[in-house]
Design a protein around this ligand. Structure first.
Ligand SMILES: Nc1ncnc2c1ncn2[C@@H]1O[C@H](COP(=O)(O)OP(=O)(O)O)[C@@H](O)[C@H]1O
Ligand SMILES: O=C(OP(=O)(O)O)[C@H](O)COP(=O)(O)O
Length: 397
């Protein structure tokens, strides 16, 4: 259990409560294309409304790099939140985030009302964690709640700096839930504990592989990163994604798995194509059969069966990174196969945000998983065993 004070430990009646959420949602022409992060934030917001707090929400959106960018305004989020909450959400349009508009909006709030501030990254100080913006944020609230798990690996004004200037800084329900699921899975897993890692690069998951090898019974490797492991085992990989600088590291991890008695699985067949395109000619080849002009873009059917077999008796599964280029239908089958097995087994299944979460949702398996994290980078850093600054900054219990 997370040893931080939460919204259950405070009395917010009549108080101005600043809630840092992660409303960094994908937008297309002002339309929100995936609202999971908004829905995930509702329990904390509703609790604070019901308890009679004056609920001031804030978040970043995209990377406006310290200046107002209309296309990265949080205005569309206010509209959708209002629908989801079924009550008015006043949007404090304010290029300065905590300028006169925002201060006035907050000053006239009644208990149980909701205000949403403008994109915190309109202020240049935000991502540098400069005190001036942290102080501004603290000046409009009595209590601070951090519920932005997706941003917890950043140390910015609106999730870390602000806590220096408020007496009470607690975490929200989403933050608690994310840390509890990921923490329990990694630290006290029901066994067998299987981790599935995929995605493009070994280099982005070095510490995750290393840390998980200390914890899991089986580690399954798929996606672009598997070719570096194959090469390290002496196989030719043609034009597949290869990080030559990480071959020694891959060998080290193969040795570590042996030493620890971890079952490390890499693909036994691959779907290869002539080009990185859904329209390219493609075929399935056995282990060691990737010819020089071909590149591996998905795991083959034998690998799918091997991985399904390794997963089916698991009691805890953590998955981060697709098994292939799932954005292209011809190379999505491996990712679909893994998602399908996870949706069918009797186990705690945790999807570590990012592309894997998107894949599971797009493929329609979202509601079959125990937990889909709202944070890609944050869940990866958590799986690496790092302390998340956004969590560390909250008051201890
Ligand atoms: N065999 C492959 N070759 C090239 N790219 C791949 C391969 N398999 C998966 N990918 C790509 O990896 C990307 C996801 O990588 P990454 O960002 O590491 O995953 P995540 O966001 O889940 O952590 C996807 O865009 C996918 O197309
Ligand atoms: O979307 C986010 O990260 P994610 O894509 O790693 O899940 C978070 O909102 C953090 O955003 P940032 O990576 O711009 O700091």
């Amino acid at each position: 259990m997370l040893n931080k004070k939460s919204v259950d430990d405070i009395n917010v009646k009549g108080k101005r409560v600043l809630v840092r959420c992660d409303f960094n949602v994908p937008l297309q022409e002002g339309r929100i294309t995936d609202e999971n992060r908004l829905v995930a934030a509702l329990p904390t917001i509703k609790k604070l409304i019901n308890d009679g707090g004056k609920v001031i929400l804030c978040s970043h959106l995209g990377k406006p790099k310290g200046e107002p960018k209309p296309e990265l305004s949080l205005a569309p989020v206010a509209v959708r939140l209002q629908e989801l909450l079924g009550q008015t959400v006043t949007f404090a349009a304010d290029a300065n985030v905590v300028g006169e508009n925002a201060k006035t909006a907050v000053a006239v709030m009644k208990d149980g009302e909701v205000v949403l501030l403008e994109n915190t990254r309109y202020r240049a100080e935000e991502t540098k964690n400069v005190d001036s913006f942290s102080e501004d944020l603290a000046s409009i609230c009595d209590i601070f709640v951090n519920d932005a798990f997706g941003t917890a690996h950043r140390a910015h004004c609106s999730n870390v700096g602000v806590t220096k200037y408020v007496d009470t800084a607690v975490v929200g329900y989403l933050m608690q839930k994310e840390i509890d699921f990921l923490g329990n899975a990694v630290n006290t897993p029901e066994r067998p504990f299987v981790a599935i890692l995929g995605g493009s690069k070994v280099s982005s998951k070095i510490s995750v592989i290393n840390n998980l090898l200390d914890k899991v019974d089986t580690l399954i490797i798929g996606g672009g990163m598997s070719y570096t492991f194959m090469k390290a085992m002496g196989e030719e990989v043609g034009k597949s994604l290869l990080e030559a600088d990480y071959l020694d590291y891959a060998k080290e991890m193969i040795e570590k798995a042996k030493a620890k008695g971890v079952n490390l699985l890499i693909p036994v067949d691959s779907v290869v194509a002539k080009e990185f395109s859904n329209d390219a000619e493609f075929k399935t080849v056995e282990q060691g059969g990737i010819e020089p002009e071909w590149l591996g873009l998905d795991i083959g059917e034998k690998t799918q069966a091997l991985y399904a077999d390794a997963i089916k008796n698991a009691k805890t599964v953590v998955w981060n990174g697709p098994m292939g280029v799932f954005e292209m239908p011809n190379f999505a089958k491996g990712t679909i196969a893994v998602a399908k097995v996870l949706s069918e087994i009797d186990a705690i299944t945790i999807i570590g945000g990012g592309d894997s979460a998107a894949a599971v949702n797009i493929l329609g398996f979202g509601d079959k998983m125990t937990h889909i994290s709202t944070g890609g980078g944050a869940s990866l850093e958590f799986l690496e065993g790092k302390e998340l600054p956004g969590v560390a900054a909250a008051n201890d219990k």
